[in-house]
Design a protein. Structure first.
Length: 164
């Protein structure tokens, strides 16, 4: 969605500042939902079923200790692990990281990630517009070229037929 939003910004359909603000807030809301899952239901679920995936109370304590000492780095890494970052957000809830600290340490990586994806969409959107111009020229030139080839071929065959 963020890349597509950047593309729409490049076409002038969306305002870049409003889009950026909505993307950052939306990302933080989603991250907060993962955090809430961990905080208000994750630990009980992990204690009950965690042994199936190698989690036990001792490992949960290690996770809690890790977030106490390295939450900022962990959130930064979690944002770069686009597909698996939600696990770290749930783990932060399980570790009962203070919510204000969660937002504080999650905000900067969210801003950077959102900006990068908007810029990817924006610049590839610009490339798409330029590519579309070339494709329009090609779409015009192909029928003209085919018509010219047809006419030249007809004239050549007509001259060859007259020689016989």
């Amino acid at each position: 969605i963020t890349i597509m939003s950047g593309f729409l910004v490049s076409l002038g359909h969306l305002d870049i500042f409003a889009t950026f603000a909505v993307i950052v807030v939306g990302d933080l809301v989603g991250d907060s939902l993962y955090y809430a899952i961990g905080r208000y239901g994750g630990k009980k679920t992990i204690e009950k079923y965690g042994h199936y995936i190698g989690l036990n109370p001792e490992r949960i304590k290690k996770i809690e200790h890790h977030f106490e000492n390295h939450s900022h780095k962990t959130f930064a890494i979690g944002k770069t692990l686009h597909g698996a970052g939600h696990i770290l957000l749930i783990a932060a809830g399980i570790a009962k990281v203070e919510y204000a600290k969660f937002i504080k340490h999650n905000l900067l990586p969210t801003i950077i990630k959102s900006l990068v994806f908007i810029l990817v969409g924006f610049y590839f959107g610009k490339a798409y517009v330029k590519l579309n111009e070339y494709l329009n020229y090609a779409a015009l030139m192909v029928p003209i070229s085919l018509a010219a080839l047809y006419i030249i071929t007809r004239i050549k065959f007509k001259k060859d037929a007259e020689k016989i």
